[in-house]
Design a protein around this ligand. Structure first.
Ligand code: IVH
Length: 666
């Protein structure tokens, strides 16, 4: 397509997509089906790929996330973003109203009362209706310029609607993530063994601080806009009117606000939302009460830190007492044991709480929580219930202290607590609580690479009792798979043959696939080369393992422990009997001719890249290392060698030229 018609089509598409975004995200009433929207979007991506200069800052494609930044630039706010006074009681609220009445001496006034959204405050600058800058609050005077990240927030307009817009307009609002997305993201992180976010606000803040906008885009952030430092530019005289005007020019404005004429109405409206807040799919931690008239706001002015005309009326954290009936232990998908409080059911913020995580043994001991205690339970971040404390003064003497079981509640295997860690764990790879996750790792691409064995299939295989450990995979027959969902003859055949192929994977893959804690694929390779046989690895003691350069004490202890576990050794036997290769390949120069010899490379080699050269050393049982010491056997010096060469000379380490190295490698 020629550029001129492409430019016209791009303009049309941008306009259409913008309109549909507004309908969908702001008005919450989509006009076209999703696939039709996707088609428009895709077409725009295509055209902009052909003519990148057409991808203007207001193009909806920018929402997919620009290239990563190196750091955020500071952004100085034109009008400082002040903070807000807080109150927790109706009495304080009364004082707030009384004080304002005193200052305004007789003039009558109204309030606009809004929900206080528990998210992250942002400022957005529009020039000629186009979003040019978005920033965090920072210290109120200077924040971070996070424009590319804010562009990914779908409900934030990149271009404003309507006529008579001021040439420059700043608005402020709250970026947040809804409760459901928060839970999904945390569940996903848990699966990957990544640390969890404590509440949706932390997740929203963390997402906005990503240097890679694509990560921000993947988090599905959302936004409510509630103010501007220049209401007169929008021709508004009060907050209530402003909210309507903000919505009309394209912003997403929270619908649950009300104009109230006095304290009683403010309190009634606040109470209503304290009761109803659990109906919302985002976290609200109170109400914001604002004097409605901007004239009066100006007359009321501000103290050094906060305006006098508005106040946050925070909901009390909802807490209830109940009885702790038991502490059970849950085994996580990667073997972590978590004590969980079993409670007499109690309603908190609209949901019935029956269980609460106690996190780990240290936590239980620190709070001195015992079975039978009366406990105080609260919902942190309004979502995850926590046991705050135990009523020690109400104890009868019959309460029981909690201890970690010595056997895994799922498989009866030994429970261990690795040195320096707070968590207790079960490290049996066949533990029923862990088997799905273990299978997923075992079959993954960098491990045994079993094509077609994805999470959905694993789910079915385990649930139907066809597979209980990774060894069972190797006895699966085509007939076993017949009854599974979406398993045609052909795919059953493919899976059986993929499993068959996996038997031939090199030893390092198998070691990695076992999922020994702290053993990644590089360490697995070192171990495979060094021991050559899983039996020999299994017999190695921690001190023996530690002698290997790349293996530190934590990994050594973990490997030793793994193979000391009887169930893991049984599993290895079964794998072997099933025909899985458990020795290192003969041939391909495989041998131990360099066993235990360390090589350090310095300077550029002509015939190999650094990784290739290291691979050759590994394949012969040698060990590449990055630093020269008395223990180094050879230093291979290429072009422009660095200080390592001098060090080698001074220590009397044998130095090889590239051609000598080549000869040695055969
Ligand atoms: S008015 C000082 N209105 O609460 C700026 N703020 O705890 C106040 N917030 O920093 C702007 N919902 O990020 C206002 N409807 C609302 C709000 C709101 C949430 C946040 C805001 C502020 C924080 C203070």
């Amino acid at each position: 397509m020629k550029k001129a018609p492409a430019a016209r089509e791009v303009e049309k598409l941008k306009e259409l997509i913008r309109r549909h975004d507004y309908k969908y995200y702001v008005l919450n009433s989509p006009e076209i089906p999703d696939d039709e929207y996707d088609r428009l979007f895709h077409r725009l991506v295509e055209l902009e790929r052909e003519y990148p200069e057409l991808a203007t800052p207001d193009s909806p494609t920018r929402r997919l996330g620009d290239r990563p930044l190196e750091r955020f630039k500071p952004y100085r706010h034109e009008v400082p973003m002040l903070s807000m006074d807080n109150t927790y009681s109706e009495k304080d609220l009364e004082e707030f109203v009384r004080r304002n009445r005193r200052i305004l001496a007789g003039d009558s006034f109204e309030f606009t009362v809004e929900l206080k959204i528990d998210g992250v405050a942002v400022a957005l600058l529009y020039e000629d209706g186009i979003l040019v800058t978005g920033a965090t609050r920072g210290d109120g005077s200077v924040g971070d310029d996070i424009t590319p990240n804010l562009r990914t927030v779908r409900s934030l307009p990149l271009r404003l609607e309507g006529k008579g817009l001021p040439p420059r307009l700043e608005v402020r609002g709250e970026v947040y993530i809804d409760k459901k997305s928060f839970e999904l993201i945390n569940a996903d992180r848990e699966e990957k063994g990544e640390p969890l976010y404590a509440n949706p606000r932390n997740l929203a803040a963390g997402s906005l601080k990503q240097l890679d906008p694509k990560i921000t885009a993947s988090r599905r952030l959302n936004c409510w806009i509630y103010s501007t430092p220049y209401p007169e530019r929008l021709g508004c005289s009060g907050q209530h009117q402003l909210l309507g005007r903000l919505r009309a020019i394209g912003f997403r404005v929270n619908p649950h606000y009300r104009r109230c004429s006095g304290l009683d109405e403010v309190i009634a409206f606040s109470r209503e939302w304290q009761d109803r807040k659990s109906e919302l799919d985002y976290v609200v931690d109170g109400m914001v009460v604002k004097v409605d008239s901007f004239d009066l706001q100006r007359r009321l002015g501000q103290t050094s830190r906060a305006p006098r005309w508005q106040i946050a009326y925070k909901f009390p954290a909802e807490r209830r007492t109940t009885r702790l009936r038991d502490i059970v232990v849950q085994v996580g998908r990667l073997g972590k044991l978590t004590p969980v409080a079993v409670l007499d059911p109690v309603e908190i913020s609209g949901t019935v709480v029956r269980r609460a995580s106690l996190h780990n043994l240290d936590e239980v001991e620190r709070k001195d929580i015992r079975v039978g205690d009366e406990v105080l339970v609260e919902k942190a971040g309004e979502i995850i219930p926590q046991v705050v404390s135990a009523a020690k003064e109400k104890r009868t003497g019959k309460e029981k202290k909690f201890t970690m079981p010595s056997k895994c509640p799922s498989c009866s295997g030994p429970v261990i607590r690795p040195e320096g860690e707070v968590a207790h764990r079960c490290e049996n790879i066949s533990c029923p609580a862990q088997v799905k996750e273990r299978l997923r790792h075992f079959a993954s691409r960098r491990a045994m690479d079993i094509e077609g064995l994805g999470p959905k299939l694993i789910e079915q295989l385990v649930n139907k009792g066809l597979v209980a450990t990774v060894a069972d995979l190797f006895s699966l027959k085509k007939e076993d798979l017949a009854g599974l969902e979406r398993m045609a003859d052909k795919s059953a055949e493919n899976l059986v043959s993929a499993v068959g192929e996996a038997k031939e994977r090199p030893l390092d893959r198998l070691i990695f696939a076992l999922g020994i804690r702290h053993v990644g694929s590089t360490a697995a390779r070192t171990l495979a080369v060094r021991f050559g046989d899983i039996e020999r690895l299994a017999a190695a003691s921690a001190p023996e393992l530690e002698k290997i350069n790349e293996i530190g004490p934590i990994m050594a202890a973990s490997v030793e422990r793994f193979f000391q576990n009887r169930k893991n050794r049984e599993l290895i036997d079964r794998l072997k009997k099933a025909g899985v290769k458990t020795r290192r390949d003969e041939g391909a120069g495989a041998g131990d001719e360099l066993a235990g010899r360390t090589f350090v490379f310095t300077g550029a080699l002509e015939g190999f890249t650094r990784p290739e050269a290291e691979e050759l050393v590994l394949a012969r049982g040698g060990r590449p290392s990055s630093s020269v010491s008395r223990k180094t056997d050879f230093v291979v010096a290429g072009d422009n060698p660095g200080s390592k060469l001098e060090k080698a000379r001074s220590l009397g380490v044998k130095i090889l030229s590239e051609s000598e190295f080549r000869k040695m490698m055969g």
